[in-house]
Design a protein around this ligand. Structure first.
Ligand code: ATP
Length: 317
């Protein structure tokens, strides 16, 4: 399998702010790859480098096998990009934008454009400047999908969309992947979106890559166990388990969240002494929260599923 995106030791600073530090990341072709991280983590900077808007200070990246430093129009023909704030022509109507897309892109698919326009109910005659923010995002997505891209890059695409449109948006993206094997690389704060669509996840914090894993790898790497002891146990004893992320208990029943290989975890002396060790299913979101915690993150105290990332624990102090 090839890489749709490959970054090699990318660096980018703005004055003294290190927006991206030594980032090496691969995005498999045909994957739906979610990029997460708190505000200011460097997601947009990375995406802007990949789309040629911002130049890296050091390192390189390859989009569909071509370096971002090469000036080649052929890559633009095959990459659909929806920025966080879509750049569209304000004095054009929606229909004018579609006509422009048809002129600019060799692979433009008029039928797909028509279908998507209907899905989103975009007002064809309306001027871009009079569209709402959500409608502009929808228009940018319809344009990006209609050029029949091999790679779709989306910067927080569902932010500001109402729930019905958001579902339509994700559905269109998922259809595109299912039908054509398009690679989708998107940044998001929304864990529900991630759960619905991504098969790979990478997390950034302060410009550093914390982890990059397929969903299967993620599922293999984090476990929740319910453990019962015949004799009273202390949390201190359980903290000897390598990879322990979280430990809660009620009486003699402990709920442990642990990263690592399941058999090796169960083989820890303290767990061999337990009268019951039972694996409990974790949702993707719970796994993700645990993994972030393992890397030193906390979630806001009022965090609810579908919530957004807060900062690192030490940042909050
Ligand atoms: P968010 O989730 O809030 O959109 P992000 O992960 O996309 O954040 P970036 O927009 O890439 O983060 O910003 C990374 C860092 O670089 C931040 O500290 C930001 O202040 C800084 N930064 C980004 N763009 C610029 C710029 N044009 N000039 C100066 N600093 C910038």
């Amino acid at each position: 399998m090839g890489w749709a995106i490959e970054t090699c030791n990318l660096f980018k600073s703005y004055d003294r702010i290190k927006a991206i530090t030594d980032l090496t990341l691969t995005v498999p072709e045909g994957s739906v790859f979610g990029l997460i991280g708190p505000n200011g983590a460097g997601k947009s900077t990375l995406i802007r480098m990949l789309t040629g808007i911002v130049r890296p200070d050091q390192g390189d990246a390859f989009i569909l096998g071509r370096s971002i430093k090469e000036k080649t129009g052929s890559i633009r023909q095959r990459v659909g990009y929806v920025p966080d704030v879509p750049t569209l022509y304000p004095s054009f109507s929606v229909a004018d934008m579609f006509r422009l897309g048809c002129r600019l892109y060799e692979g433009w698919d008029e039928r797909r454009c028509y279908e998507l326009k209907r899905v989103f109910g975009l007002p064809t005659g309306q001027l871009v400047r009079n569209l709402s923010r959500g409608q502009k995002v929808q228009l940018a997505l319809v344009m990006a999908l209609s050029l029949r891209p091999r790679l779709l890059i989306l910067d927080e695409p569902t932010a500001g969309l109402d729930p019905v449109i958001r579902r339509g948006f994700l559905q269109s993206v998922i259809e595109e992947v299912a039908e054509r094997g398009t690679t989708v690389f998107y940044s998001t704060h929304n864990l529900n979106d991630l759960e619905q669509s991504a098969d790979h996840i990478a997390a950034l914090h302060q410009g550093n890559l914390l982890f990059s894993r397929s969903l299967d790898e993620l599922k293999e790497s984090i476990h929740r166990l319910q453990v019962m002891f015949a004799r009273p146990q202390t949390e201190e004893n359980l903290k000897t388990i390598p990879g322990l992320i979280d430990c809660q208990h009620k009486g003699r029943i402990f709920t442990l969240t642990v990263s690592g290989e399941l058999d090796a975890i169960k083989n820890q002396p303290v767990l061999r002494a337990a009268s019951l060790v039972e694996k409990v299913d974790l949702s993707l979101e719970e796994m993700f929260v645990a993994l972030m915690k393992a890397h030193g993150y906390s979630f806001a105290p009022d965090y609810r599923p579908g919530g957004v990332l807060s900062g690192r624990e030490e940042d909050a102090k």
